[in-house]
Each structure stands twice: as structure tokens, then as C-alpha cells.
Design a protein around this ligand. Sequence first.
Ligand SMILES: C[S@@+](CC[C@H](N)C(=O)[O-])C[C@H]1O[C@@H](n2cnc3c(N)ncnc32)[C@H](O)[C@@H]1O
Length: 292
Amino acid sequence: MANQPDVASGIADVFDRTADTYDAVGVDFFGVFARLLLDDVGPLTGDRVLDIGCGRGAVLFPAADRVGPTGSVLGIDLSPAMIARTERDIAERGVNATVAVMDAQAPTLPGQVFDTIVASCVVFFLPDPVAALRAWHGLLRPGGRIGLTTFSGDDPRWSPVREVFGPYLPPELIWSMVNPANPMASTENFESALGSAGFTSPSSVIREHEITFACPEHWVEWSWSHGQRLFWELVPPADQAAVRAEVLSRLTPLRDPDGCLRMTQTVRYTIARAFPADGHGAAGQSYPVPPR
Ligand SMILES: C[S@@+](CC[C@H](N)C(=O)[O-])C[C@H]1O[C@@H](n2cnc3c(N)ncnc32)[C@H](O)[C@@H]1O
């Protein structure tokens, strides 16, 4: 796809602008998913872990705790600002991890060296997720594991808020969100995408998380602090104030008696294994998998 670099650098620019506030505005979100993902994929003491799209380290820091001093965690991300801030946090905390600016779509890393790959809330930003999964498969040692989180459905009570942004979204973005053939559109599609990338034994768990916001303005602040910022930035400056007012007016009826707003976020946690490219395991799963 000729326009892939533009798509990727546009996304990285958005995340550069979120880096200061990302996961830091008092909403339990990415860290909750990260801990459950690590429980599912299970990096062990001494493992070499690759955290793809590491952001501010929601997965990277707990992964470093789990692998301990004999293991290692490498985080990669396309946003230089995310990497710079996470690098600073690693140094301040004295954690056994390193980070690098790198495109997850085509990582430049040696093959078959990682025991575990994790990518939390990342694959839906990639221009060609199946090609990326294929590249990641080649980075895992035989029998290594991958764990991913993807969003799996929106809270229908919040549709009126999402609809405010509809008129500003480009048609191709709307289509990618509703296209039933999108690899992330269903668990079946996603596990099939992992299979076509060479992974075996995919399994998924869907979990519902209740996300709490103190007030409507808190939701607005939070929505600017992560990938949803893209939706705000698609609104022309002349319309920003009106859109913000409309969003706040649609958020107000969602308040509970205590004044807080609660949104159900459905997250798909998917785990799969890598087998060698020669096909052993993919057909009969006969490859001897090292115990974990
Ligand atoms: C929603 S954040 C998730 C960050 C982190 N995994 C977490 O759970 O908090 C998505 C991250 O993917 C990164 N990203 C998007 N496209 C990327 C690409 N092509 N290569 C590497 N990172 C990418 C963004 O810069 C951002 O940090």
C-alpha cells in the first residue's frame, strides 16, 4: 500500500501529542488490560519479552517485574515522544527494560529471539495487521507465545456521544470500523488472521470492564489523552467549541446518582503460539513445545 508510511506517521504524530497525558488523567484503563493480558500470556522469570506499541509502558513495567533480572523486556513504538518519556521513566525507576522507536508494521529485529510478544491496544492502528502479525511470528522462538488485546464492541448507551464525531470522520475510517471483513471485527476474524500469519492454537477471552469518569469534563480530558484524540483533531478549529458543548450535553444524562459516568469497555484478550515456518504444528501441532 503506497500510503502506508503516511498513515503510520500520522498515527505516531497523534500519539506524540498525547504522550504527556497518556494514561495519566486518573482513569483506570490501559493498566487494567495490561495486567490481565500478562496473567493470560504468562511471561516467566528469565523470559525475553517484546512489547509492541509499548506507549508509556502499561505492559512493559509489569512485564519487567515478572521476568526479573534474568529476563529482558524490549518495548518498541513509532511515537518518538512516547519512547522518550518511557525511556525516562525506565531510568528513574531503574527497571530492567529498554525501548526503541520502531515501526511495528515492519520491525527490524533478529528472528526467533523472543519468548513472549505482547501488543495491547495496538493492532487496530496498523495499516496491514495481518502482514504485521506475520512479521511478529518470525520474531518468536518456536513455541513462544503472543498475547494481544483488541476492543470488542462499544457500550451502546454511549452511542450518542460517539455519533457527534461521525460527520468529521473520513469515509475510509468509518468503513474500517464497520467492515465485517476487518480482522478485528470479530473473534473469528482475529483468530483466523493469527492463523494466516502462522500462529497456532489461538484462544480468546472477552472481558467487560467498567470504566469510571468523575464527571463529563473528565471524559473529555481523557478522550484527548489517548488515540481518541484523533477524532477530536478531525474536528476543524471553528467547530471545536460547538462539538465540545454537544459532547458535554450528551454526556450529562449518562451521569449516575453519584455524579460519575460509567462506560462498559469490552476487551478481547487473545493468546496464540508460534511454530516454525516449516509448518510443523500448524497442521498437527506435533512440534515439541518447550514447557512453560
Ligand atoms: C493505545 S496505545 C497502547 C500503548 C500501550 N500498549 C498500552 O497498553 O498502554 C497504541 C500505541 O501504539 C503505537 N503505535 C501505533 N502505530 C504504531 C506502529 N505502526 N508501530 C509502532 N507503534 C505504533 C502508538 O504510538 C501508541 O503508543
